[in-house]
Design a binder for this molecule. Sequence first.
Ligand SMILES: NC(=O)c1ccc[n+]([C@@H]2O[C@H](COP(=O)([O-])OP(=O)(O)OC[C@H]3O[C@@H](n4cnc5c(N)ncnc54)[C@H](OP(=O)(O)O)[C@@H]3O)[C@@H](O)[C@H]2O)c1
Length: 107
Amino acid sequence: MKILVLGHKGMLGSDLMLRLGAAHDVTGIDIGDFDITAGDDCARVIAEFSPEVVINAAAYTNVDGCEADRERCFAVNAGGVKNVALACRGKGIRIVHFSTDYIFDIL
Ligand SMILES: NC(=O)c1ccc[n+]([C@@H]2O[C@H](COP(=O)([O-])OP(=O)(O)OC[C@H]3O[C@@H](n4cnc5c(N)ncnc54)[C@H](OP(=O)(O)O)[C@@H]3O)[C@@H](O)[C@H]2O)c1
């Protein structure tokens, strides 16, 4: 299966690369290659690699940073997921996305 791992240099992404790499055609990209907050960037890399599955392990995971910079937190962790979904829509590409074990009070 042709798999694109977003955020492949992170904790989860690097483990996925190791685990999946033996059995699948896996490519990893990270912040140096694309920015998940940019819709056109997501569309570009997904069109370029043409994967069957996109696994999203790209995230802004600095918990204190997220509380201090809500804009960046939302842009990466919410807007980024939307960008990936829009880039895959209509192409038959499956998306795997991981949630968090942290809950934030946004009120
Ligand atoms: N690790 C766990 O135990 C665990 C548990 C539950 C859920 N999860 C979920 O799994 C996902 C990944 O977690 P992780 O622990 O692997 O995080 P991580 O180690 O911080 O990896 C995230 C990767 O995404 C990259 N990234 C950040 N901003 C980006 C952007 N704008 N565009 C593209 N890439 C960007 C990071 O680059 P930089 O490092 O340069 O910022 C990093 O390489 C998160 O959604 C997290 O909530 C993880």
